[in-house]
Ligand binder design. Sequence first.
Ligand SMILES: *Cc1c(COP(=O)(O)O)cnc(C)c1O
Length: 389
Amino acid sequence: MSDDLITGLIHHPYEPPAGFDAVPPGVFKASTVMFPNVAALRARSWKSRAGYTYGLHGTPTTFTLEERIATLEGGRYCVLAPSGLSAITLVDIALLKQGDELLLPDNVYGPSKELARTLLADWGITHRLYDPMDVPGMAALIGERTKLVWLEAPGSVTMEFPDLGGLVAAARARGVLTALDNTWGAGIAFRAFDFDIDIVMQALTKYPSGGGDVLMGSLVTRDEPLYHRLLQAHGRLGLGVGANDVEAVLRALPSVALRYHAQDRASRELAAWLGTQPAVQGVLHPALPGAPGHAHWAASCRAAAGLFSILLDPELTPAQVDAFVDGLRLFRLGYSWGGPVSLVVPYDLRAMRSHAGGLQGHLVRFSIGLEAVADLQADLAQALHRLGQ
Ligand SMILES: *Cc1c(COP(=O)(O)O)cnc(C)c1O
């Protein structure tokens, strides 16, 4: 070997002793993966999980998170993507081609609708929106070109909990694949694969990360050929995830159920209390009796995420609603959920839905963090007080 100091440093012969064991799994970082010889380089395939080829296609660290997320969802195979939205995009691109049609629930995660309206439309893939609370209505939209039905339970912001079993059965009867955005359920509220869903997607950004500091998405399936279709598109698109982000999710994952249940308890308490306030016209929380789809939630779920919306009195002016939101101190104004800080976002109901489902009033969505419930309630009370009601 060279006498040059730097070459000696780079190709240093020291190997630490084997057998190190600690609570966190080791974090391996790589773009380049090194092969012992040409035969090994030629023998390895990037599509196989039996070895390593290039950082994009996986390291021991990403394989470890894949296996744990597959377990969390009750599935077998997992693909990780750099955000929840990129995981959604991956499903659409992997499974659809020009001339195909996609069905989306009207209350689907907004950017998923936006993707269908813009890029998918440009590529000749059409979509139709269905009312998630109307199974026969969804079934009637399935045509020769329908190749995929997205599901979400409950839907984003308006929180209607659909009849998942009914929707999946209708799609399956016509040989159409189903994909569920399971970010709300997080693998904890219900077992998505009990409903015979083909692909379960989750924004790991929310509960599994839990810190408000990571973007990541996952796709889980039980079907090997389907997994290979997803993995191929993943490799071709180059949707790798960073080792630091994977490490953050691995570190937070052991406490996901504790955090989920704590935020569930706090959010049910606050949602029920808000329901007693005069300015609050309605509370959209699937675990509360009277909420849209509550019976479906009760039949399929053991828990609920710390997320709900309220409808404020339609007689209030938009400026009063903005003042209520701005008047909150512990609730911070921002997107996302599942982190330690409680969040609030006002939404314009009419701009979001093709059929508003009879909902009226000013829509405000809350994500409950990990603060003391009494403090959050006091914060809501002082901001409601500004409404003068
Ligand atoms: C946040 C979210 C996503 C997207 O996740 P990102 O990591 O932010 O891209 C998708 N679906 C739902 C229901 C979400 O809440």
